[in-house]
Design a protein around this ligand. Structure first.
Ligand code: TZP
Ligand code: MG
Length: 205
């Protein structure tokens, strides 16, 4: 999530509630009308990183390799329209987390060869959080990638809620990435507990 996803709340408070609730990773994705830039973005990102460190949760930067390098973030996430994954790997070095958004088996194979630590696949379901999102792909892409590359961690993204997270998990996903269902939740720790219950049920299927 980014500063524009907090639905009128303080985004740092939203992040801290999610950390208290037990998220295992945070990706700063600063996009959309009103997105912070320059010094304001740097300050906001540094605050997000400070919070993540306090809860021992990896802090990953979306798109902006320079910001990730400036902050010595734990990782970088790039899409197909951003730089080549192997160029990102060279820039951040071997020890940082590299995530790549993919939409097909072919893109997943290429990401793996380029040194991706995980791939993000989506949108799985309808999403309001990405202006240029492709049409929802459902869980079939995740199943195909896990069957061809079982060792490649796949994270499902897009419209994931406690009601459907289990379905994404039982398709083979290793994680779910969520913006609105957490950032807009009234009680964020409770919502994360619901996610964890749904995932646990999905893992048992
Ligand atoms: N990529 C595919 S869908 C999406 C991104 C970044 C947005 C996910 O947000 P939400 O609110 O969890 O649907
Ligand atoms: Mg991108």
């Amino acid at each position: 999530m980014g500063s524009q996803n907090a639905a009128g709340r303080d985004p740092l408070e939203v992040l801290e509630s999610a950390l208290i609730g037990g998220i295992s990773c945070f990706q700063l994705r600063e996009k959309g009308a009103g997105a912070l830039t320059g010094e304001l973005l740097l300050d906001f990102a540094a605050e997000c990183q400070r919070l993540c460190r306090a809860y021992n949760v990896p802090f990953i930067v979306n798109d902006d390799v320079e910001l990730a390098r400036t902050l010595d973030a734990d990782g970088i996430h790039i899409g197909q329209e951003d730089m080549e994954a192997n160029a990102a790997r060279r820039l951040v070095g071997p020890d940082k987390i590299l995530g790549v958004s993919v939409h097909s088996l072919e893109e997943a194979g290429k990401a793996l060869l380029s040194g991706a630590d995980y791939v993000g696949m989506g949108p799985v379901f309808d999403t309001q959080s990405k202006a240029d999102a492709k049409s929802p792909a459902g869980i079939s892409g995740i199943m195909a990638v896990k069957s061809r590359y079982p060792g490649l961690p796949v994270i499902g993204i897009g419209g994931i809620t406690p009601d459907n997270a289990g379905q994404v998990w039982s398709a083979g996903a290793d994680g779910v990435a969520v913006i609105s269902a957490i950032a807009h939740a009234k009680n964020i720790p409770l919502q994360i507990r619901r996610f964890n219950e749904s995932i646990k049920a999905g893992a048992e299927k």
